[in-house]
Design a binder for this molecule. Sequence first.
Ligand code: PLP
Length: 455
Amino acid sequence: MLRGSPSLVKGARLRIWSLRGSWVQIPPPAYRIVKLILLIHNYTAMRHRIIVTPPGQKALKVIEAMRSRCYDSTFTYPLVVKDGEGCYIEDVDGNIYLDFTSCIGSCPLGYKHKDVTEVLREYSSIGAHKIAGQDFYCEEHALLAERVLAVAPREFKAFFINSGAEAVENAIKLAYKAMGALPGVSCINAFHGRTLGALTFTFSKPVQKNNFPELPVKRIRFCTREDDEDIDAIEYLLKENKVAFIITEIVQGEGGYNIASKRFIRKLRECSERYNVPLIIDEVQSGIARTGRWWAFEHYDIKPDIICAAKALQVGATLYHKRFDPNQQGVLSSTWGGGHRIDMAVGAKIIEVIARDRLMDNAYAMGRLLLHGLMDIMKESKDSIIDVRGLGLMIGVEFASKELRDRFLIQAFKNGLLLLPAGIKAVRVIPPLIINKEEVYEGLEIIHSTINKLV
Ligand code: PLP
C-alpha cells in the first residue's frame, strides 16, 4: 500500500511515500487516481477534529477562572485539556488535536495506553497512594530504581524526587558534596529548571533569570558545530579554575532544540576526567528513549558521572555513580520524593513498555520520517523556516522570526495540531514515542497547510 500526503503535490507531479521507504514521483495521468485514493485514505486516517473554533465556551470559562486566580505562566494557546487517547488530546469543547508535544515529553506512551490504564486501575483502590517516600519504604520505589538503573551506566544509584528541577538540584548537591562549594560550569542557552539553585545554571531566557540571585557559575558556549573553535574553551577554563562540576544537556530543550556537536561533548568528558570534575548530563527532556536511545548521551559514546531525569519517568531522578554517594543519611531528602507510588508504578511500567514494544526503534524510524518531511516543508516554505534539526523524536524547527513562529503555533493549534515553542524562534516537535506513520503524515499535512497559509 502506498501512503502519502495529497497536498504535497507539486505542479503536475505527486510525491508519495513508498513501502520501500522513499519519496517517489507519480507521473500524470496516474496521479489523479492516486491522489483520490490518498485523499480518501488520509481522510479516514485523520483523527484530529475541530468542531468549535478554540477556545470554545467551556474552555473560555476555565481559562477565565484560572486567569483570575492563578499565575499566568507559560501558556501558549487556549487549550483546556479534558481527555486523551493515543497521540490525541480532546479539549473540553470536544475538539480533538494531534499531540506533537507529549506534554514536553512527559507522556511518552501518549494517552489512555492500556498498560498505563491497567496500573491506574490497580491503584485506584489503594489507600496510601502517596507516602513520605524518603522516610518509609515501598515496592514501587524499589521497582522504579531497578528498572531505571537497568538502563543506566553500571554502578549507578538512584535518588528520586518530584520534578526535573529538583533532579538537577540534587545532582549539583552531590557534586558540591564531593568537590566543595566551588563554581559550577554550565552552557549558554542551557535550561536546567527554575528552582533557585538550578536556575543559576539555566541561561536560556532573561525572563527566567532577571532579579534572581545566583550561585557561583562559569559559562561556556554550547557548541553545535564540529569545527567550532570554542570547543576547547573548557580546557582553558579547567586549567585556570577549580570547579565543582560541569552540567549540560545533550540536546538543549528550552534553549531551542540545539544539538551538541560530538566533539564538544567528548571534549567535556575528556577534560572533566583529566581534571577530576564530575560531568552532569541533564536528560530531563531527552532521556528515556526520546532520541531513539535510552539516553541522548549514548549517541556520543560517553558516560556521565551524574544523570538528571524526570518527565517521561513521571518523577524526578538523580542517577549517580556510587562514588558520589554521600554515604551519610539525610544529606538528600524530601517528603514526597520517592513517595508518589502511582507515578512510580507508572514510570516503571513506561520503561517496561518502551523496551517490550521496541519504542526506541520507533522513535528512530518515525523521527527520520518526520525530519525528512519537515525538511521538505522547509524547502517549500519561502524561507519562513530556516532550519530543521533533530535526534530521534526530538526535533526542532527554526523559524525566520519569533513573530512568524508565534503565529504559526496558534494557527496550527486552531488547525488541530499541538506544538510548543523552544528558544527564541523555534518550535519543538516531540510526539509520543508510540506515534505511527499515519499520524506523522497527518501532522506534516497540518504543518504544511498551516505554513502555506501563513506566508
Ligand atoms: N532540565 C531540563 C533539560 C528540562 O528540559 C527541564 C524542563 O523542561 C528541567 C530541567 C526542569 O524540569 P521541571 O520542569 O520538571 O522542573
